[in-house]
Design a protein around this ligand. Sequence first.
Ligand code: THU
Length: 131
Amino acid sequence: MEINWDELRSAASAAMSKAYAPYSNFPVGVAGLVDDGRIVTGCNVENAAYGVALCAECGLISSLISTGGGKLVAVACVDRHGNALMPCGRCRQLLWEHGGPNCLLDSVSGIKSMTEILPDAFGAHDLTDRL
Ligand code: THU
C-alpha cells in the first residue's frame, strides 16, 4: 500500500492545531493511515486534573474504532513545529494493538516498524499462548 508521508504529516499537524493543552502548552497531533485508505487523527486533550490527560494517540485510536475500525498501516505523530515526535510508552502499546508489528512510524530517526519501536511487545497473542 502506497504511503503518502507528507499527507500524513499534514493531517497530524492539522490535528495538533486543535489540541487542548493549556497546562503543558505542548500540543501534539497524530495521524494514521488505515488499511482501507482512510486517515484518522487525534490531538492531546488535557485536564485540570493533570493525570487525566488524554494523549493524542488516545484520540486517534478512538477515531479509528468509532469510524469503522481496521488496521493502522502508518502513523505520524508531530509536535508544535510539525516535527516527528515519539509516542510515549503507553501509546506505543496502543499503536501495537491496532497496527501490529508491521505498522510503520515516522520516527525521529526515520521510518521504523512497530517491532523496532516496541521490541518484544506484549500483545493479544500472549493471552492465548500462555494458558
Ligand atoms: N503527549 C501525547 O499526546 N502523546 C505522546 O505520545 C506524548 C505526550 C502529550 C500528553 C500531554 O498533554 C503533553 O503531551 C505533554 O506531556
